[in-house]
Design a protein around this ligand. Structure first.
Ligand SMILES: O=C(O)CCC(=O)C(=O)O
Ligand SMILES: [Fe+2]
Length: 279
């Protein structure tokens, strides 16, 4: 059974039910076509400065194997286009992230936003869970551990199986044994059109697909959020200055680490205290 594809116009509860039952869903037309076109052009232009397969983000040998030999990845997307800030304020993705993450934190922030460009001939990425970044939170009391992260793979153009669509293993967010390995035969390609997004729980097993073409690149953007009391992958708080974000919404400033973390209504202390935002 593949995951469901549901229109962005569907009621929030319909989207949430699919996310909770299968661990992920494709939301058709989640992002505005003009914004996607702008981001696609900015990412394609910026990609020229990056070498495929190089560990450009401080990753070691394991990291290189994880991202693949012919894959280009880079972050700090707000530096290449303000369309990124617009995407951060997407109201449907915000409502889903609120529902999934706010039961466990006062606020969440950006985990990472990355161009994920899979080059021709790339092998499939190892199947994994994004919550594996925070094993002590995710594996303790699995599968009832808190949702640490919510991710999106956003199609910047039409993405087919042949091009390397992300592969997902529906239901794997509920598997009783965290260590159970997923067989590739249980995975389905999340084929999408430009502006669609695969939204998935950090607990869902997935991985980038093999690019079986001779000369085409798969162009997708990853955007994930993480509980506000966990450390994100990307160093957004120092990649953007207060001045860079002065014109952005309070939500975007918070998502990029320019606001204090207030645990309320949950237990815990104030964290990441910013002088601009006393709690
Ligand atoms: O490139 C993809 O389709 C998925 C990448 C991914 O899941 C990851 O790097 O965590
Ligand atoms: Fe992943």
């Amino acid at each position: 059974m593949a995951i469901q594809e549901i229109s962005a116009n569907a009621p929030l509860n319909t989207l949430l039910t699919a996310l909770r039952e299968d661990g992920g869903l494709i939301i058709k037309g989640l992002f505005d076509p003009a914004v996607i076109q702008t981001m696609d052009a900015a990412i394609t232009a910026a990609a020229i400065d990056f070498q495929a397969g190089a560990a450009t983000q401080g990753l070691g040998e394991d990291g290189k194997a994880f991202v693949g030999n012919n894959t280009i990845r880079f972050s700090s997307l707000g530096k290449i286009s303000p369309a990124y800030f617009h995407m951060l304020d997407n109201p449907i993705y915000a409502a889903l992230a609120d529902a999934v993450l706010l039961p466990h934190c006062g606020s969440y922030w950006v985990n990472t936003a990355q161009a994920m460009l899979i080059g021709p001939g790339s092998a499939a990425q190892v199947l994994h869970r994004d919550c594996g970044n925070w094993p002590y939170v995710s594996e303790t009391n699995w599968p009832d551990s808190p949702e640490a992260t919510l991710s999106a793979m956003i199609a910047l153009h039409d993405i087919t199986d042949e091009l390397g669509a992300t592969r997902v293993v529906p239901g794997s967010h509920l598997w009783p044994d965290y260590q159970q390995q997923a067989d590739a035969s249980l995975s389905y390609p999340a084929e999408m059109q430009a502006g669609d997004a695969l939204i998935y729980s950090g607990k869902l097993i997935h991985g980038g697909g093999a690019n079986q073409t001779a000369d085409l690149w798969r162009r997708a953007m990853h955007l994930s959020f993480v509980l506000g009391w966990l450390t994100p992958e990307e160093s957004s708080p120092i990649d953007y200055t207060d001045a860079d974000l002065a014109q952005q919404s309070p939500r975007v400033q918070r998502l990029l680490g320019h606001r204090s973390y207030d645990p309320r209504p949950h237990r815990g202390g104030g964290l990441w205290l910013r002088h601009v935002d006393p709690i």
